[in-house]
Design a protein around this ligand. Sequence first.
Ligand code: AMP
Length: 288
Amino acid sequence: MKIIKNVLDIKRISQERRAEGKKIAFVPTMGGLHLGHLSLIKMARENADFVIVSIFVNPTQFAPFEDFDTYPRNLEADSEMAISSGASVIYAPSVKEMYPIGYSTYISVGRIAELFEGEIRPHFFGGVASICTKLFIATRPDIVIFGQKDFQQTLVIKRLITDLNLGIELLIAPTKREANGLAMSSRNRQLSSEEKEESSIVFLALEEAKRSIQMGERRRKIINAIMHKTLREQSNIRIDYASSALSDTLETPEEFLAGEEIVLLIAVHLGKIRLIDNALVSIPYQGF
Ligand code: AMP
């Protein structure tokens, strides 16, 4: 199998493909692959000639008390799945390869990375932006594919690509869900079957808020309250945030305006697992 472990090799492979005139797509992942990841790889394959998938559990985006040690790891099985979905090569560097002794450079993206997830997990987007920059430089893609599942992450990456003039096209793939609405995630396999059932409340809360907007609700407080009320029906859930914002800036006006696109953002804890989800919705010109 084509598993590349070091940065010089992946740089060379990418350079050779580019010299052949091939269009390169890159899909960064932390492994624990599921159908959501595979849909990104398929999208990459449909839009490029050569697809690099990285599998790297990035320590700098975990706080010391978070689940870095228990994060699912299965390189062989993940690589097979990725290759059969269209990956041309797997890049799976070690932590030492990415962060050798003395490593000290970090990327800070600014305001868009400080809201919502950034507020709750202040270390997170710095880690994401830094590792993505390193991976982009090593793989030099024409296109990168990220999932809407991590909505704020797509905004952070967009900002990063723009600000550093990376000249990479960003494609965003829709969220793949379980039958009960739960957004697929590598961490879901750690949910008990009871918790899995309870988790459907997150999707329900998004749907309730969406419905209210489609019926004419524009007041942010009310939209947020609808999500909170629905989530509270499930006593095992602890809410980090259930909120709404403008989808391009994540700014939070008191009232949204007709024609604006907004994002509903939810992060909750269910048992030991943290779940995040979101939905995009446009404010209609009239309530009906
Ligand atoms: P991760 O391995 O969790 O870092 O995710 C790697 C990429 O897969 C990110 O761009 C995620 O947004 C994306 N992703 C994760 N879960 C899903 C999902 N359920 N549907 C679509 N994309 C996803």
